[in-house]
Design a binder for this molecule. Sequence first.
Ligand code: IPE
Ligand code: IPE
Ligand code: MG
Length: 245
Amino acid sequence: MAFLSQTPKQLPPPEQLPQHIGFIMDGNGRWAKKRGLPRKFGHREGAKTFKKIVRYCRNLGIRYISFYAFSTENWKRPEDEVNAIMKLFDQYIDDVRGFFDEETRMVFLGDKSKFTDSLQKKMYALEADTAHYDQMTLMIAANYGGRDEIAHAARALAEQVKAGTLNPEDITEDSVSANLYTAGIPDVDLLIRPSGELRLSNYLIWQTAYAEFYFTDVLWPDFDEKQLDCALIDFASRNRRFGGV
Ligand code: IPE
Ligand code: IPE
Ligand code: MG
């Protein structure tokens, strides 16, 4: 009776699943190139994978998922590629409103000020409209850089010191965390990067301090539920010591 459950038997029990999964959505360009298509087709296909994986995580009961969609360094890319990605963001924000039914809170990580006014407005509106949902928090990192985020937090703390509301000796790991874009969100437990690259590329560098890493050669547009199952099974077998014994 294989159809009784959509979840393969070997998946770990819920208590062994990560609370926060971070995805670096990489390999879109190579996926398109392999097919002789312009890179933007890869981004379009990658956006479909994003939706598929969000739904699957929702079904699995994962509480926090974050996706690296556009880095502070990605502005270096050709203008037409950047424009195509911005257009996709715009379309996707309209599209993900469908997730409302699924009680998903949406948060954008990164510096929104570089986006057009209309895109910024849509981002803020989506965050505000979903702020009360608590089943799952879905984060999209757009114009996000881990170093930029830490510098941003340092400025915010410095302002509080300047205003006399914070003593320098009270700056702790917790107060730094509370001033990151991910304020209030637990650290990454499992970080998944497809496409064969073995690096963070400036993604959640503070929040992945004790994350488990899972790398695969599969390109993001080809990433699917089965790949995620493999990562989850692998994650459950890791011995997380956090510096202890
Ligand atoms: C990731 O795919 C998406 C973004 C960075 C926006 P890439 O566009 O980096 O794809 P590759 O790495 O060139 O294949
Ligand atoms: C990281 O991928 C950024 C995103 C996936 C959004 P990149 O393709 O930009 O990373 P590098 O350049 O290979 O390190
Ligand atoms: Mg890449």
